[in-house]
Ligand binder design. Structure first.
Ligand SMILES: Nc1nc2c(ncn2[C@@H]2O[C@H](COP(=O)(O)OP(=O)(O)OP(=O)(O)O)[C@@H](O)[C@H]2O)c(=O)[nH]1
Length: 750
C-alpha cells in the first residue's frame, strides 16, 4: 500500500483515538461473587465455607452481602441469590463472578438456564459451575458418567471448557471439604474479569446496609409516612454525582438528599511487604448478617463487642484503653450489642458537621476550591493534634476522620475532572491550580511526582496533598505548561517528538492547500511588505536586524510560493491535461460559475426588491401543476394498467395414507372406509378395466389349475413307475437269494 496513504490514515485514526481512562482508585471496590442456584442446592453452605476459609470465622446467618478481605490486593463481596427471578435479574446487573450451583444427584434445573439467559442480556459476567451432592451419586463409573454428562451440558450452555467444580461431600460442621474450598478460592483469586462497558460508565452500588432514619415519633403517628432511609455500600463504576437521581432496583427512582463518603469498613492491609494476611487483617464485614467489626454511620462509629473479643482479649483491651485516653465516653447502645463511640458529642453537632458544606453540598465545579480548603484544614488539624490539649482530642478524632474520608472522596472525584480540564482547557492558570492540588490519575502520576513531594510516612493522607518543598512558582508554571502541551499532544494527535503532528499538518495544508492564494496573487503581498520595510527611513540598527530577518522570511516564502506553483501546475496538468497554465481547471470552473452568477443576477436582481417581495415571489410552476390546471391527462401505458386476476381452479388428490403409516396409527384415527384406487384410471374406464382384469384373472386361474393337475398326474405316473421298479428289484433279489441258498445247500450236502 502507498506509504503516504498509510501515514495519512494513521494520522486520521490518531486524531479520533480516545484513550480509555482508568476510573478506578488505588483501592478498587470488592469484587462481587454471587452464589446462584436452585433451592436446597447448598448455597448457604458454600457461602459459610468460603467465609470460613478467608476469615476463619463462622457465619450463623447468611443474609445480604458479605465482604471479606481475601488478600493483599483484593476484597470480595459474597452474596447469596434468593431463588426467584427478580433476585436473579438484580444479581445479574452487578455480579462480577457467579458460582452457579448444580445438584449432581438431580441434574440441571430450570433456575440455572433462567439465570444464564438473564445474565446474557445484562452483559455476561464470569460464570463458574459448582456441582454438589456428589455423595448421593453412586461412586465409580456411574459417578464419572454423570459428571461427564453434566460437564458437557454445562459447556453447551456456556462455552467449551467453562470451569466446573466438584464439591464431593460435606465434612465436619456441615461444611464442604477444606481442600476443595481452598482450590475454588484459588481460582476465584486469580480470575480475570472482562470489562462490561455499561457498568464502567455508570455509577452503581450494592447496598450492604440499610438504616431507617425516619423520626420514630412520626412513625408511631402514621405508619405509612414517607421514610428517610440511609443506604450504605461500596461505590462502583463511574463516580457518583449527588445531583443525579438514583434508581433502586424493584423500588423506583429517587433524588438523594446527600451522598457522603465514609471510611472503608473493610480496608486492604496497609503494609504491602508481608507475604500473607494476619488474623487481624482478615476483616469480615456483613452488617445484614449481623457480623463485622466496625460500622460507620453518618454520625457515629459502632463497634461490635463480639468481634473485638473474637480478635483477642488483649487487642480489645488495648482498643478500649486508647479510647479512654482520648477521653471518650463509652455508652451501651439500646440493643446492648453495639457500643456507640463518640457518644460524648451531641448528635446534632455531629450531624451538622457531616451535613456541612464540605461533604454534602459538593459541587464538581467548585471542587478545586474545596480541595484547597481541605488541604489547609488537614494541615491545620495536624498542628492541633500535636499540641497536648486533651479536651480537644475527642473532637479532633471525629473531625479528622471525617476530613480524611472527604479528602479521599474529592481526590477520586478530582482525578477525572482535572484530566478533562487538562486535555481540553488551555488556560495555564487553571492548570497551575489543578496541578498544585491534585494528581491527574494513573496516566500522569510520574510527572506529578517530580513537582510535588508526597509524605511517604503518612499513607492515609490523600496523595494530592503537597508539602512545602515545592519549586518556585515560575518553574512550576513552566513545567505545568510543558506537561499540558504534552498531554494535549498525546490525546489529540499522538506525540511524534520532533515531527510534531500539528506542525506537519500545517505544512501539509500550506503546500497541498486549495491554491487559492496563488489565484489571488501572492506577489502583491510580498511587494506590499517590501514597500513597507523599505519606506521606513528612520530605522536604527535594531531595525536593520529586523529587516534582515524579514528578508530571510521573504525568501522562505518565495520558495514555498515556487514549490506551490509547481504543484499547481502538476495538478492542472493531471486534471485538465492541457498544458496551458492560464486555461486550467480553476480558471475554467470559476468562469463557468461566474457566468451563472451573472445570469441569475440579471434574471432576479432587478425584479425582486426587499424581503416582502421575495416571500411573495412564487417562481416557476412545475409540470405537474400545469397539467392539473389545464386538466391534461398523461397517456397511460397499457402494461401499467391493472387487469382482472384470473385464477385456475386447482385440483387436489384425495388424501391417501400409506399403508406403513396407517399401520402405526391408533385404531380411532385409522381411515377405515378408504376406497382402493387404481392410479391413473378414471371413472369411465374403471368398469371395463375391472372386467378385463377379471377375465385375465380367470384365465390365469384356469392355467394355474391345469398346471397343477398336470403336475399331479406326472407325479402319480412317476410314483407308479418307481413302485414297479422296486417290485421288479425285489423279485430279482429274491430269485438271486434262492439260487445262492440252493447252491450252498448242494455244496453242504456233497
Ligand atoms: N449430602 C449432601 N448434602 C448437602 C451438600 N451440600 C449441601 N447439603 C445439605 O443440603 C441442605 C441445604 O443446604 P443449604 O446450604 O441450606 O442450601 P440453600 O441452597 O442455601 O437452600 P435455600 O437457601 O433454602 O435455597 C443442607 O442440609 C446441607 O447440609 C452435599 O454436597 N451433600
Amino acid at each position: 500500500m502507498n506509504k503516504g496513504f498509510r501515514l495519512a490514515q494513521d494520522r486520521k485514526s490518531n486524531k479520533t483515538f480516545i484513550p480509555v481512562v482508568k476510573r478506578e482508585t488505588d483501592e478498587p471496590p470488592p469484587i462481587i461473587v454471587a452464589i446462584v442456584g436452585p433451592a436446597k442446592v447448598g448455597k448457604s453452605t458454600l457461602v459459610r465455607s468460603l467465609v470460613k476459609h478467608y476469615t476463619k470465622q463462622k457465619m450463623n446467618r447468611v443474609d445480604g452481602p458479605i465482604t471479606v478481605v481475601s488478600g493483599k490486593y483484593r476484597r470480595i463481596t459474597f452474596i447469596e441469590c434468593p431463588n426467584d427471578l427478580n433476585s436473579m435479574i438484580d444479581i445479574a446487573k452487578v455480579a462480577d463472578l457467579v458460582l452457579l450451583m448444580v445438584d449432581a444427584s438431580f441434574g440441571f434445573e430450570m433456575e440455572v438456564f433462567e439465570f444464564l439467559n438473564v445474565a446474557q442480556v445484562h452483559g455476561m459476567c464470569r460464570v463458574m459451575g459448582v456441582l454438589t451432592h456428589l455423595d448421593l451419586v453412586p461412586v465409580g463409573d456411574k459417578q464419572k458418567k454423570i459428571k461427564n454428562k453434566l460437564k458437557h451440558r454445562f459447556w453447551t450452555e456456556l462455552y467449551q471448557g467453562a470451569k466446573l467444580f466438584y464439591l464431593s461431600r460435606l465434612a465436619q460442621e456441615g461444611q464442604y471439604m477444606n481442600q476443595e474450598i481452598s482450590n475454588l478460592c484459588r481460582f476465584i483469586s486469580v480470575i480475570k474479569f472482562r470489562p462490561i462497558m455499561w457498568r464502567q460508565n455508570h455509577p452503581y452500588l450494592l447496598v450492604d446496609r440499610v438504616e431507617d432514619l425516619t423520626d420514630p415519633e412520626e412513625l408511631s403517628k402514621n405508619k405509612k409516612t414517607d421514610r428517610t432511609v440511609a443506604l450504605y455500600g461500596f461505590s462502583r463504576g463511574a463516580h457518583m454525582n449527588p445531583s443525579y437521581s438514583v434508581h433502586i432496583a424493584g423500588v423506583g427512582d429517587f433524588a438523594p438528599s446527600s451522598v457522603t463518603h465514609l471510611p472503608d469498613p473493610a480496608p486492604l492491609p496497609k503494609e504491602q511487604k508481608k507475604r500473607s494476611l494476619n488474623q487481624k487483617e482478615r476483616i469480615l464485614y456483613a452488617p445484614l448478617s449481623g457480623q463485622g467489626g466496625f460500622m460507620y454511620d453518618k454520625d457515629a462509629v459502632y463497634l461490635d463487642v463480639d468481634k473485638v473479643e473474637h480478635d483477642g482479649e488483649r487487642e480489645g483491651e488495648e482498643f478500649l484503653a486508647k479510647m479512654a485516653d482520648a477521653n471518650l465516653q463509652a455508652e451501651k447502645n439500646g440493643s446492648g450489642e453495639l457500643l456507640t463511640l463518640l457518644a460524648g458529642i451531641e448528635r446534632s453537632e455531629l450531624a451538622s458537621d457531616s451535613d456541612g458544606e464540605e461533604a454534602d453540598d459538593f459541587d464538581a465545579n467548585e471542587m478545586d476550591g474545596n480541595l484547597l480548603e481541605i488541604q489547609q484544614e488537614l494541615e491545620g488539624s495536624e498542628e492541633e493534634n500535636s499540641c497536648d490539649d486533651d479536651a480537644e482530642d475527642e473532637l479532633n478524632f471525629k473531625s479528622e476522620m471525617h476530613k480524611r474520608a472527604s479528602s479521599s472522596f474529592y481526590a477520586r472525584q478530582s482525578s477525572s475532572v482535572n484530566l478533562r480540564a487538562l486535555v481540553y482547557d488551555t488556560d495555564p492558570t487553571k492548570l497551575k491550580e489543578n496541578t498544585e492540588k491534585s494528581e491527574v490519575g494513573d496516566f500522569f502520576v510520574k510527572i506529578m511526582e517530580k513537582t510535588t513531594e508526597i509524605d511517604d510516612k503518612d499513607q492515609t493522607r490523600a496523595p494530592f496533598v503537597a508539602t512545602n518543598a515545592i519549586d518556585d512558582e515560575d518553574n512550576i508554571l513552566a513545567r505545568v505548561e510543558n506537561l499540558a502541551a504534552m498531554i494535549k499532544d498525546s490525546f489529540v494527535t499522538g506525540d511524534w517528538g520532533e515531527e510534531d503532528a500539528e506542525k506537519l499538518l500545517q505544512e501539509d495544508d500550506e503546500l497541498h492547500g486549495d491554491f487559492e492564494d496563488l489565484e489571488k496573487g501572492f506577489d502583491d503581498e510580498i511587494d506590499e511588505e517590501e514597500n513597507e520595510v523599505s519606506g521606513d527611513e528612520e530605522a536604527d540598527d535594531d531595525a536593520m536586524e529586523v529587516e534582515e530577518s524579514q528578508e530571510d522570511e521573504k525568501t522562505k516564502k518565495q520558495k514555498i510560493w515556487d514549490k506551490k506553483q509547481k504543484l499547481k501546475e502538476a495538478f492542472n496538468q493531471e486534471y485538465d491535461d492541457k498544458g496551458d497554465p492560464t486555461a486550467g481547471f480553476f480558471e475554467e470552473s470559476s468562469s463557468i460559475f461566474g457566468h451563472y452568477l451573472l445570469q441569475n443576477l440579471g434574471e432576479f436582481g432587478d425584479s425582486i426588491n426587499g424581503d416582502a417581495q421575495k416571500s411573495d415571489w412564487q417562481g416557476l410552476k412545475t409540470a405537474g401543476e400545469i397539467r392539473k390546471e389545464r386538466e391534461i391527462k398523461l397517456k397511460q401505458r397499457s402494461d401499467s394498467l391493472y387487469k382482472p386476476v384470473q385464477r385456475k381452479k386447482r385440483m387436489f388428490h384425495k388424501l391417501t395414507v400409506p399403508k406403513e403409516l396407517k399401520k402405526d396409527l391408533p385404531f380411532k384415527t385409522k381411515m377405515k372406509n378408504q376406497q382402493k384406487q387404481i392410479a391413473g384410471v378414471n371413472k369411465a374406464t374403471r368398469v371395463p378395466v375391472a372386467n378385463l382384469f377379471n377375465i385375465l384373472g380367470a384365465a390365469q386361474n384356469e392355467r394355474k389349475e391345469k398346471r397343477k393337475a398336470d403336475s399331479k398326474a406326472r407325479t402319480e405316473k412317476y410314483k407308479a413307475l418307481i413302485q414297479k421298479q422296486q417290485l421288479k428289484r425285489q423279485r430279482q433279489n429274491k430269485d438271486l437269494k434262492k439260487k445262492i441258498y440252493s447252491n450252498l445247500q448242494k455244496e453242504v450236502s456233497k
